[in-house]
Design a protein around this ligand. Structure first.
Ligand SMILES: [Zn+2]
Length: 406
């Protein structure tokens, strides 16, 4: 067993976090087997890391691998930004050598940010998704990965034939969804604007039949919403997805900013999970996430980088921005931490496997080095979130394997 003597921060609920000072955490075969106050008799064989704090590995609920090298591309709103910067950037993944270099750089950057689970869109090319899957397997990432599907209102160089988008996605699902316990396939119709009714309907049917994950974007930008309503003739964006059967407990929708009360009720009654992307919402001036209204209906919410509309893969930075993005609601550090860890695991339905430090759970860990000014007290968590760039990540571990060390 590998044993580490350190300080731990562990999420219990959206309101409660445990600070465990001078504990021994042990893991074996990828599973946490030991968690107790340091015992000088039994834990002499521990690695001593009292100058460190260990937290559960961070979870990024929505990010785009194929856009990683297109971060910081300035455009003031979503649709021109996609057309001018993002679609051309995604087209580069048609080249397998480029796609391979990009996938390797992306997962390594995730690990260096302390992220141990990511929900990932790739480009609308089957081989780019295969390369991402194989790279994730090779590097030991925990991820849900999908080929972005787009068969309507899209540039010629990205658009897929409906049948190909479906067949390729089904094939990727069959080959990768159960290949490794750390990996899942996630069906990824990009957003209603770039998908035909047929594509969305058939994707939803197949996913529900096979108990598969689905991800998409919802109500990010007002121009986008107006166009979606115009094309599909529904009173709201959420009803477009509802109509095609895309909502459910294994669906994760990014953004969900401009929602009516009725839409929030539909999302709640279908138990659809939401990925909140604060930096992206700032960057593209998309709007303010209705955190209070969604919490009121007990929706499952995780935070997300949404690279490349978000520029940082650091989930602690996203937590800080989630706090700043709310104009009047004050989110406690405990709640922010929850949406990065156990709350995000719950959004995936994986809260019995990951998201907190608990015997029997998989050992997904992130270790930060403390400096002389970082006292181990109840102010450590707010410091970790608000002063995140002062904390150096010294180790990231996924299912017991060290995937990053500095
Ligand atoms: Zn996105």
């Amino acid at each position: 067993m590998i044993k580490i003597r350190a300080n731990l921060i562990n999420p219990i609920s959206p309101e409660e976090v445990q600070l465990l000072k001078d504990y021994t955490l042990g893991y074996e075969n990828g599973i946490i087997k030991l968690l107790r106050p340091f015992d000088p008799d039994q834990d002499r064989d521990s690695e001593s890391a009292l100058d460190s704090v260990i937290i559960p590995g961070l979870i990024d609920l929505h990010t785009h691998l194929s856009q990683y090298w297109a971060r910081a591309s300035y455009q003031p709103s979503l649709l021109p930004w996609l057309n001018q910067h993002i679609f051309p950037a995604e087209a580069l993944s048609q080249d397998p050598v480029y796609a391979q270099d990009l996938a390797r750089a992306f997962f390594k950057a995730l690990f260096a940010s302390g992220t141990t689970t990511a929900v990932v869109y790739t480009a609308p090319f089957k081989h780019a998704c295969e390369i991402a899957m194989e790279t994730a397997l090779h590097l030991g990432a925990r991820a849900l990965i999908g080929m972005t599907m787009m068969d309507a209102n899209s540039p010629d160089y990205l658009i897929q034939k409906t049948a190909h988008a479906l067949e390729d996605s089904f094939d990727l699902f069959e080959r990768y969804n159960t290949k490794d316990s750390r990996l899942n396939y996630i069906f990824s119709p990009r957003f209603a604007l770039s998908c035909s009714a047929d594509l969305m309907k058939q994707t939803a049917n197949f996913a529900h039949q096979h108990d598969a994950y689905i991800q998409s974007h919802l109500s990010e930008n007002k121009d986008e919403i107006a166009q979606v309503k115009g094309i599909f003739g529904k009173p709201t964006y959420t009803q477009v997805y509802e109509n095609f059967g895309l909502l459910g407990s294994k669906t994760i929708l990014g953004h969900a900013i401009h929602l009516s009360e009725e839409e929030i009720s539909i999302l709640a009654s279908t138990d659809t999970a939401i990925a909140h992307c604060p930096e992206s919402n700032f960057f593209l001036k998309s709007g303010e996430f209705p955190f209070a209204a969604l919490l009121d209906k007990s929706l499952r919410i995780g935070l997300a980088s949404d690279v490349a509309a978000g520029n940082s893969l650091s989930m602690l930075q996203q937590a800080k921005l989630a706090s700043y993005r709310q104009s009047s609601l004050s989110l406690s550090p405990q709640r922010l931490f929850w949406h990065l860890t156990l709350g995000a695991a719950e959004a995936l339905g994986w809260h019995d496997r990951i998201g907190s430090l608990q015997i029997g759970k998989e050992a997904d860990l992130c270790k930060f080095k403390l400096n002389a000014h970082h006292a181990v007290d109840d102010q450590l968590l707010p410091k970790l979130i608000y002063l995140n760039d002062e904390f150096r990540i010294s180790k990231t571990i996924i299912k017991g394997n060290t995937v990053f060390q500095s």
